[in-house]
Structures are given as structure tokens and as C-alpha cells.
Design a protein around this ligand. Structure first.
Ligand SMILES: Nc1ncnc2c1ncn2[C@@H]1O[C@H](COP(=O)(O)OP(=O)(O)OP(=O)(O)O)[C@@H](O)[C@H]1O
Ligand SMILES: [Mg+2]
Length: 384
């Protein structure tokens, strides 16, 4: 039997916090009530060693070993604990604690997207523009350490050449077929394939994807090539797609029912006030006042509440993409009002009416266009 009980893999995350992974239990350790492990893990990081525990009398002792020594024990360690029976469950538990530091996502949505990638399921992410759908897929692939490949279906007018390939002519070789990047991508095991903006894609793209996304089939037929070979989708490949669904998105098409049926669906909601403040503070801390984050986030969240109310006076919202742009302009010296005029006004139609969407938003903005002392009072009042 191995002389070590477990080993801890430790590193600093992007925010500089210590992260410790228990190699035998296959889970991350909650360090808030384990200052002893945290301290030892830091030492292991700094000395480039691995922290292990062993049985010392009735208690556990700690020791630092060289990485290559760990490998000698690794096999026997596995034998002691037995093979992990539910690797996906374990990985999900471990990863649930390591949400991205620069991206706001609910625990449930985070677990759901990771799970779908681990299970190689198709996932369609729907929600309004600029609320983080595309970024969510990149964050999830990064957290899982899986390769990702991006295809913007909204931008392609010629789905066949994007998804299948092109036939070319060469004086020496005659006609020949060159496969698309998509054909190559689906043959790489564990690839995360992001089919961005599928709701804007040409229906021909949907037809081509039908067999690829079918759980039972998972193949693509290269009908442009001689003998029309079938390309199998490799093990572990997952397809994630994004869509803006709703009346305000004019260029989007109503997704074909059969295509939609092939996806699990994840609805992403616009962020709430505190989440929005966190995103802005994460990006611009030290460059703007905290009250600035609050008033930008506040106006945005008010539009989000209004647009989804029973009798909405506006038809669209200020997205996180727009709050970031707004704050960026303030960093460059534009005032709150100036930046709002440029970034926010154009989103809301001005038909000259006193009830226009533009007027509604102007009034909303006025509440927050005041000097800092009064603003603090207003913000205080609103969030009592
Ligand atoms: N939850 C979030 N946390 C951090 N940043 C976010 C979040 N949501 C959006 N953003 C930021 O807003 C911008 C837009 O995000 P993204 O492109 O992922 O939106 P989207 O939902 O895909 O929009 P569209 O439907 O227009 O493609 C990015 O800069 C992203 O970093
Ligand atoms: Mg997007």
C-alpha cells in the first residue's frame, strides 16, 4: 500500500488566490476553513514541490515531495482509492468552485454548461445581445482545458463552403476538393465547437448541421467530394451555439423546430445590479469612482427591468457590452452624460413623441447626472 494518503496540487489563480486540488478525492479544497493547508500549499508552490499527507500515528502528517516522486506513488494511490466511478460528477464538483474571475455567471448555469461539454451534448445558449453568451462558451472551454473552435454562422453567406469545403481547379491537378476548417474541427477529440449566432445563419447551414447534431448519427456527408464520404464526429466533441431570440432581433430567423430540438437550451439573463457593478469594477477599478460603476449599472438595470415589465415603455435594454463601452469612454475623459449620449441614446428610438423610448431613457439618465455627494444619496436611497 502506498505510504501517502493523498497529494495536493496547488497554484495561484488569475486573481492571485491559492487554489488547492486534492488529487485523490479529485476535488478542489475549500480553503476558507483550512488555513493550515493553504499555508502549506503556498510553500509547495514557492518551492516547486508537491504537498502530500501520510498517516502519522492517529493523525495525518504533511510532507513536501518532488514532482517526479509523486509519479512513483501515483499508481498505488489510485489502487488504494479505487477507480473513480463517477468522473464527471467529480470533475463538476471540483470545477463548480472555480468560476472565472472576470465573468459573472450563476452557479447553476456554470455547472450546466460544463456538464454539457463534458458529456459532449449540444447546447443552445439564448438571450439578448451583449449579455455574455459568446464569452460564456470561451470561459467554459478554458476552465475545462479543452480546445475550442469558433465559427460565426451569422457572418457566412455561403454555408456550404464554411461547413463542408470548396471545389477548386488547378491546371496540373484538375478539380480538387479542399475541406473546410469545420470538417477538420469535428474530427478533433474533445473539441468545443462554437457555432455562433446560429439564429442568423442561412437555412442551408441548418440543413447541413442536422446530421452532425443528431446524437445517433453525428456525421457530416461531404457531398462535394468524390464518393461523398461520411466524416464521423470525434469522441467528446461538443457543439455549442448561440442565438438571439425575440422580436427585436430582425436579422435572426426563427430557428427550425427540428434543429432546436437537437439542443439543450440555456437561457442567459442580463446581469443584476451587483453583478454588473462587479464586472465594471473588475475591468476599471482604480480608473473610475465606485459611484460611477453604480450609476452606470443602475441605469442599465432599470432598462432591463422596464423592458421586461408588463407594460414596457422601452423595447430594448442596455447590455453589459454597452455598459462596458460607456465606462470605457468615461475612463477616456468623457463625462457620464456625454458617454451616455453617444453609447446609450442610439439604442432607443426618438420619434419626436413625448412618450418616445428616447425620452424615457433621458429622464432615467437625469436622475444620475448630478454631483457626487447628491449621487451617493440617490444611490443610497435606491438600494435601501
Ligand atoms: N456576465 C458577464 N460577465 C462579464 N462580462 C460580460 C458578461 N456578459 C457580457 N460581458 C461582456 O460584454 C461583452 C459582450 O459579451 P458577448 O459578446 O459574450 O455577448 P453575446 O451575448 O454573445 O452578444 P451577441 O448576442 O450580440 O453576440 C463582452 O465584452 C463581455 O466580456
Ligand atoms: Mg455573441
Amino acid at each position: 500500500m502506498s505510504k501517502y494518503l493523498t497529494y495536493y496540487k496547488s497554484h495561484y489563480d488569475n486573481a492571485g488566490a491559492v487554489v488547492v486540488y486534492d488529487g485523490v478525492a479529485e476535488e478542489y479544497i475549500d480553503l476558507s476553513d483550512r488555513p493550515d493547508i493553504k499555508q502549506r500549499a503556498e510553500k509547495a508552490i514557492n518551492t516547486n514541490t508537491i504537498l502530500v499527507t501520510y498517516k502519522r500515528g492517529t493523525r495525518n502528517g504533511f510532507k513536501y515531495i518532488e514532482p517526479n516522486e509523486l509519479e512513483d506513488h501515483f499508481g498505488s494511490l489510485k489502487a488504494v482509492v479505487g477507480p473513480s466511478t463517477q468522473p464527471i460528477l467529480r470533475r463538476l464538483k471540483a470545477l463548480a468552485n472555480t468560476k472565472p474571475s472576470n465573468y459573472e455567471v450563476s452557479d447553476l448555469n456554470w455547472r450546466f454548461i460544463l456538464r454539457n461539454i463534458l458529456r459532449a451534448k449540444n447546447l443552445l445558449i439564448v438571450g439578448p445581445s451583449g449579455c455574455g453568451k459568446t464569452q460564456l462558451v470561451f470561459e467554459a472551454a478554458k476552465a475545462l482545458d479543452q480546445p475550442i473552435e469558433y465559427f460565426n454562422l451569422g457572418a457566412t453567406q455561403d454555408p456550404r463552403s464554411t461547413l463542408i469545403g470548396n471545389t477548386h481547379y488547378d491546371n496540373n491537378e484538375g478539380t480538387y476538393f479542399s475541406e473546410s476548417a469545420f470538417v477538420k474541427a469535428i474530427q478533433i477529440p474533445n473539441n468545443v465547437i462554437l457555432l455562433d449566432e446560429i439564429s442568423r445563419a442561412h437555412p442551408e447551414a441548418w440543413n447541413i448541421l442536422m446530421t452532425v447534431l443528431d446524437e445517433k448519427l453525428r456525421y457530416l456527408r461531404l457531398d462535394e467530394k468524390d464518393n461523398t464520404p461520411l466524416i464521423k464526429v470525434a469522441e467528446g466533441v461538443s457543439f455549442l451555439s448561440t442565438a438571439n431570440v425575440g422580436a427585436e432581433y430582425t436579422a435572426t430567423r426563427v430557428l427550425d423546430r427540428a434543429l432546436k430540438d437537437r439542443f439543450s437550451i440555456l437561457e442567459v439573463e442580463p446581469l443584476e445590479f451587483l453583478e454588473e457593478v462587479n464586472v465594471l469594477a473588475g475591468l476599471f477599478e482604480g480608473q473610475l469612482e465606485y459611484d460611477d460603476f453604480k450609476r452606470v449599472a443602475n441605469v442599465a438595470c432599470k432598462t432591463r427591468a422596464e423592458a421586461t415589465s408588463n407594460d414596457p415603455k422601452i423595447s430594448t435594454i442596455i447590455s453589459t457590452r454597452k455598459t462596458i463601452e460607456w465606462a470605457e469612454m468615461m475612463v477616456d475623459g468623457f463625462t457620464f452624460e456625454e458617454a451616455a449620449k453617444i453609447v446609450v441614446y442610439p439604442l432607443f428610438p426618438d420619434d419626436g413623441d413625448v412618450d418616445s423610448e428616447r425620452v424615457f431613457v433621458k429622464q432615467l439618465l437625469q436622475k444620475y447626472s448630478m454631483d457626487d455627494s447628491k449621487l451617493s444619496e440617490t444611490l443610497g436611497e435606491i438600494f435601501k
